[in-house]
Design a protein around this ligand. Structure first.
Ligand SMILES: NC(=O)c1ccc[n+]([C@@H]2O[C@H](COP(=O)([O-])OP(=O)(O)OC[C@H]3O[C@@H](n4cnc5c(N)ncnc54)[C@H](O)[C@@H]3O)[C@@H](O)[C@H]2O)c1
Length: 376
């Protein structure tokens, strides 16, 4: 029942997900439970005890990252359906453990809270790609540097921005949503080189400023830039294909369509500087009013009717692998070929935890402006 736990509880209690009834909540911070007790909900101070109570059909895990794996496995092994907040785990080896637990409990539904997948701007991009309108994808650039966070944000939780309890920084927490979109829309790259600065803008030990280059099997390339220290920052996603270029920026999606495939044009043109004619299309975008509730409605439909999940939990491993690889590449000063060696990365993370000397400031911080953190 931290920031996002309370957000989920609010819309569930308000009846925004008609097929789910919130019956109980849990927090290791007892003060957060009183308001829910007063509303008649069962409260727990230990997540494992809550799962073991058998008092409900499904659980939503919205704790610090490492507990996503441990509580998630406990839920699945108890036959409880699981909606797991992002990231599904702090690192790839843990994500594999969670997915294995789901495989051995295949009657359970395991979903991930990747709410950007219901936003029309990304769904329209997906349609442009899948319909072939964009042609063969050759390049992706995403500058997503408007995940600005203050020192107060980092001080608001002892687990935040620590190797031991969060497992990473901007890659694993804020822009993990964007990494999910990259993998979902474009598939997994085959090579990554990351440049991560640790505590560049804040008094933290993990990365808060990142530039990474990516390469896909078909030769497509990409650059991914993110930060929590820059403001105003930028959010510009550009995807270039042989049939045109799509740009998503300032909540406008513009598709400039090549009248002919650019490879074909290059091969067949008889002069040196000609280009295919273009048409410019503005695609309509609506910001989803309740993206988290939309995923929870889908979760309920998956449990009750077998409806396919919008964000299957097992797909959450991709964003974790991208985040881990960018960091691992940076720490080792090398380009990394995917799939990432999960055991090697886990060992490196344990070294970072063991070597940590950072003394973290923790203080009570109001979360009144939390909802402003959504929607990139
Ligand atoms: N999908 C989204 O839009 C979104 C937004 C914010 C955060 N998140 C994710 O949600 C998770 C929580 O983030 P937050 O900002 O709410 O953090 P937070 O620090 O505000 O809250 C974490 C809560 O977890 C509780 N907790 C810790 N260990 C527990 C355990 N073993 N059992 C039960 N409760 C336990 C703590 O008491 C605390 O209330 C993170 O994984 C974060 O990445 C997702």
């Amino acid at each position: 029942m931290g920031n996002i736990g309370r957000h989920h509880a609010d819309y569930l209690i308000a009846g925004k997900v008609p097929r789910i009834t919130l019956t109980g909540v849990c927090s290791t911070s007892p003060g957060k439970l009183d308001a829910y007790k007063e509303k008649g909900l069962t409260v727990f101070s230990d997540g494992f005890q809550m799962i073991g109570s058998g008092a409900f059909d499904a659980v939503l895990v919205a704790t610090p990252h490492y507990q996503h794996t441990t509580l998630g496995i406990a839920a699945l092994d108890s036959g409880v359906h699981l909606m797991c907040e992002k990231p599904i785990s702090a690192h790839k080896a843990d994500a594999e453990r969670l997915i294995t637990a789901h495989r051995r409990n295949s009657a359970t539904v395991f979903a991930g809270m990747f709410q950007l997948r219901v936003e029309s701007r990304y769904l329209r991009l997906q349609r442009l790609i899948q319909s072939g309108e964009l042609g063969t994808i050759v390049r992706m650039n995403w500058i997503i540097t408007d995940w600005f966070r203050t020192e107060a944000y980092y001080a608001s939780g002892g687990w935040r921005a620590t190797w031991k309890e969060e497992g990473g920084g901007v890659l694993l927490n804020q822009c993990l949503h964007n990494l999910d979109v990259v993998a979902w829309l474009l598939g997994m790259p085959t090579r990554i080189r990351g440049f991560c600065q640790l505590g560049r803008y804040h008094s933290i030990e993990v990365e808060d400023n990142v530039t990474a280059t990516l390469e896909w099997a078909n030769g497509a390339t990409g650059v991914f830039v993110t930060s929590t220290g820059e403001t105003p920052g930028t959010n510009r996603l550009e995807i270039a294909g042989t049939r045109g270029r799509a740009v998503l920026e300032n909540n406008r999606l513009t598709f400039v369509r090549n009248e002919a495939d650019m490879f074909e044009w290059s091969r067949t043109a008889t002069v040196g500087f000609s280009k295919p004619d273009t048409w410019t299309c503005e695609l309509p975008i609506e910001i989803h009013p309740a993206p988290h509730a939309a995923l929870m409605n889908n979760f309920a439909d998956a449990i009750l009717d077998g409806t396919p999940l919008i964000a299957p939990g097992s797909e959450g491993i991709h964003s974790v692998e991208l985040a881990n690889t960018m960091l691992y590449s940076s720490l080792s000063g090398q380009t990394i070929n995917l799939p990432l060696d999960a055991a090697a990365y886990e060992a490196r993370l344990h070294e970072l935890i063991a070597a940590s000397k950072h003394v973290k400031e923790v203080r009570a911080v109001s979360s009144e402006d939390f909802a402003r953190s959504f929607n990139r």
